[in-house]
Design a binder for this molecule. Sequence first.
Ligand code: FES
Length: 181
Amino acid sequence: MDTNTATARNTANRLVEVEEILDRRGHSSTELIGVLQDIQERWHYLPEDALNYVATTLGMSVNTVFGVATFYAQFSLEPKGKYLVRICDGTACHVKGSQSIYDAIKKKLDLRDGRVTTADGLFTLETVACVGACGIAPVMVINDQVHSQLTPEAAEIIIDTLMARENDEAAPAEPSNEVES
Ligand code: FES
C-alpha cells in the first residue's frame, strides 16, 4: 500500500470514529467543546481532518472550530506521543525538585532543539500546573497514571520500564522450539 492510500484509509477510519463521537454528542454545535475533548482523548491531539469534518457536519465555519481548538490550552493541534509524560511544576513539586526530574527525563528521551515528542512518536514531555496531589510531591503523570514522591532516578526507571515494554511488543515472536506431537 502506498503512502497516499494508507493516509486516505487512516482518514476514512478516523472519520468513522469522529462520526460516532458526534452521534454520542447529539450532532449539536453547543457540544463542540465536548466533541473536541472526546477527539483529543481518542488521538491525544486534534487532527486537522477531524476538525474539518466536525465543522462541515455541524454546519460551522472551519475558522470557528479551529478558533475554539486554539483558544483552550487543553487542546493540541500537534500529534502527541503514545505516552504523555507531564511533570508537575506547581509550587510544591517545584520546591521538591520537579525541575531536576524534568531535566533527567528530557535527557533520557533525547529531546533537543525545542522538540517535546520523541522521534518514534512514543513519548511527549510537558510540564503542567498543580495536579492537586501536593501531599505526594513531586509528581509525574503519564497518561492518567500518577507517580508520586519521585526522584530523577525513580522517574527514569519508570520511563525505562515503558521503553522496555514497547521494545518487547515491537520484537518479533521467538520461534518456538516445541515439537508438535
Ligand atoms: S504542586 Fe504538584 S501536585 Fe500540587
